[in-house]
Design a binder for this molecule. Structure first.
Ligand SMILES: Nc1nc2c(ncn2[C@@H]2O[C@H](COP(=O)(O)OP(=O)(O)O)[C@@H](O)[C@H]2O)c(=O)[nH]1
Ligand SMILES: [Mg+2]
Length: 311
């Protein structure tokens, strides 16, 4: 995952994706504040602004408390506030900014990819396949969203694009049986990484829960320690709804980390901070576009500064 912010346009895309959120915070601070002393009324309004920017009550409270501890009753500029907030946000996010650690001795390292329809599961799998196969790892994909024919074809397109094999079963077949076959094939082929796509029809929650539980059970028949990661893919534009998605999927699967997509769109990026506070799940990567290159490591500093409109 490209981290060099100067050589890549991803930082610009992240910045523009976060611009709605960041404009809201920056303009909000600006309207509250014109080089005056920091008083209780202003602190309360700042806290409200952070809450309505999806940061959640706990983070909003922490950020304003820390600001008050440093600057209460003292003259303070808009930029001082944004810098203070950005520093605190980076502190909250640093512990969760963790890439996926691939263990190539596992052969295969199994990654189950979950999330609601349209969150970006299949696209994220394609991006990860591209990245890891370029690093010389042997990757395989399993088309576990057997519910829709289009979902299987979409993964096959990613397989062709990234020159990675895709294991499929016909539409409507049992995804657990597919997962079983995919594992057997990867063991035989000494594949480094197996990425398993899944369906995300949350409207039928108990069916999905049974389906995911069965996939995990069947995986464990051949590899008791797998899946080694169970990743939840979240659409970064849904705001607070992301919380209920995490809670719901945690009931179904032992989710070990998150990928946040669509941070190039009209992202409501503040939610990543409230998610970090509430769940402490690793944020492995962020999606900033639809092509294979548009996945980046989650960088706490870059994200915090972008959100606060700092360079
Ligand atoms: N702009 C943008 N679009 C994305 C991103 N990730 C996925 N998408 C798009 O979101 C839509 C749904 O993605 P898909 O991978 O099919 O979601 P799935 O149903 O969870 O498998 C597709 O049109 C993708 O191209 C992203 O990071 N940025
Ligand atoms: Mg899909």
């Amino acid at each position: 995952m490209e981290k060099d912010i100067n050589s890549n346009s991803w930082f610009k895309r992240l910045k523009s994706g976060l611009s709605e959120s960041s404009n809201k915070v920056v303009n909000g601070i600006s309207s509250l504040f014109t080089d005056k002393k920091l008083d209780n009324a202003t602190l309360e309004e700042l806290e409200d602004l952070l809450i309505t920017s999806d940061l959640g009550v706990s983070a909003a409270n922490q950020l304003t408390k820390n600001l008050a501890a440093k600057k209460f009753d003292r003259a303070i500029s808009e930029e001082d506030i944004r810098i203070s907030f950005a520093n605190d946000i980076a502190d909250i996010l640093r512990p969760v900014a963790q890439p996926i650690n691939i263990d190539t001795s596992l052969k295969p390292h199994v990654i189950l990819v979950c999330g609601v329809n349209g969150s970006g599961k299949t696209t994220t799998i394609g991006k990860l396949a591209q990245q890891w196969s370029r690093e010389g790892k042997k990757v395989c994909l399993a088309a576990g969203d057997t519910f829709r024919a289009a979902a299987i074809e979409q993964l096959q397109v990613w397989g062709q694009r990234t020159k990675v094999p895709v294991i499929t079963h016909p539409q409507g077949s049992d995804p657990a049986a597919l997962a079983f076959d995919a594992i057997a094939k990867c063991i035989e082929d000494q594949t480094d990484i197996l990425l398993i796509d899944t369906a995300g029809r949350l409207q039928n929650r108990s069916e999905l829960m049974d389906e995911l539980a069965k996939i995990v059970r069947v995986i464990k028949k051949q590899l008791p320690d797998a899946p080694h990661n169970s990743i939840l893919v979240l659409d970064g534009t849904v705001g607070q709804n992301a919380h209920s998605q995490v809670a719901t999927f945690l009931e179904m699967v032992n989710i070990t980390g998150l990928v946040i997509t669509k941070l190039d769109g009209s992202a409501r990026g503040g939610v990543i901070i409230s998610l970090a506070k509430e769940f402490q799940l690793p944020v492995h990567a962020v999606g900033v576009g639809e092509t294979a290159q548009d996945l980046n490591a989650f960088d706490a500093e870059v994200f915090s500064k972008s959100l606060m409109g700092l360079n």
